[in-house]
Write a protein that binds this ligand. Structure first.
Ligand SMILES: [Zn+2]
Length: 294
């Protein structure tokens, strides 16, 4: 853990709870992919110095705290420019938006835990012009509102959280998601990408990402089916969240409630758009029901 591993002539990654990528695009200049948390970013900076490199750019795959929390530190220490795809750039710069989206209103201070909210960091929206020669990106939205994967000239892909490990899926079954339809499309897109090596942020690198993408796809469809079944009788969103926490054995605390809450709401939107669940009112109560049962 935390060692620097070379995976191509100009590509390295640091194995960590959130893997960080490095791409050397001139004799001494490197860019980093993802910033993990601050202690991990500190370790990354020690490696960068030991190698005699200069960090000029930091590319974030998406806005979640476990990918972004080290960004402000790296920028402060090196003056590197920070980029994130689409709307994620706004969430990196104004990180309270993450808690606002999770809660659906102004979050109370106790909803703004450091685990959810990275220190705010100036961040530009990612465009091709920002990339050094040899680095490319493609969008893999869905897990977050905007997510990018990066490919170095050595054919190494850093895929953010588009896929999570088979072990994590086995253990938790439900994983955080913003847009289910987009996420399924992104999994298909990821399966079609050509590359030498794929490095998910929280898993071992693999040469063939298709089997993992398929496991992730099956998990999404299984959760969707569970949620449909939980709507056999009309239920409120809060009851659905409660049922999900029970079904997946998730211990309830405020942060978990927010994360599972957003994910369950996102599944409901997708099922509603597909016509598989519908809304009914009971008095002033909004209820969700499987359309087969209506
Ligand atoms: Zn994430």
């Amino acid at each position: 853990m935390y060692e620097l591993i070379q995976t191509g002539a100009d590509t390295w990654y640091m194995s960590a709870p959130t893997n960080m990528g490095f791409y050397r695009y001139s004799r001494t200049e490197v860019c980093a992919i993802d910033a993990a948390d601050k202690p991990t970013a500190e370790q990354a900076l020690r490696h960068i110095k030991e190698q005699g490199w200069r960090l000029t750019k930091l590319f974030l795959t998406h806005s979640h705290a476990d990918h972004v929390s080290g960004a402000a530190y790296l920028r402060e220490q090196t003056g590197c420019e920070v980029y994130a795809p689409g709307i994620s750039a706004a969430a990196v710069e104004h990180s309270f938006l993450i808690a606002t989206t999770l809660y659906g209103g102004r979050p109370a201070e106790e909803m703004c835990s450091r685990l959810l909210l990275p220190p705010a960091c100036p961040c530009k929206e990612l465009t091709s012009d920002a990339l050094p020669d040899g680095l490319e990106f493609t969008r893999l939205d869905g897990h977050d509102m905007a997510q990018a994967a990066f490919r170095t000239a050595d054919g190494v892909w850093f895929t953010g959280d588009c896929v999570i490990s088979a072990e994590a899926l086995e253990k938790h079954r439900i994983s955080f998601m913003y847009n289910i339809g987009q996420h399924l499309q992104s999994l298909e897109k990821l399966s079609g990408l050509s590359g030498e090596l794929f490095i998910p942020a929280h898993d071992q690198p693999c040469r063939d990402v298709k089997p993992l993408a398929e496991i992730n796809r099956a998990a999404v469809l299984e959760v969707a089916s569970d949620i449909r079944n939980m709507c056999a009788q009309p239920v409120t969103i809060d009851e659905l969240i409660e049922k999900s926490l029970e079904k997946y054995g998730i211990r309830l605390y405020l942060m978990q409630y927010l994360l599972v809450g957003e994910t369950v709401r996102s599944y409901l939107s997708w099922l509603l758009e597909k016509g598989e669940v519908g809304t009914v009112f009971s008095g002033t109560k909004l209820l969700w029901q499987n359309t087969e049962e209506q």
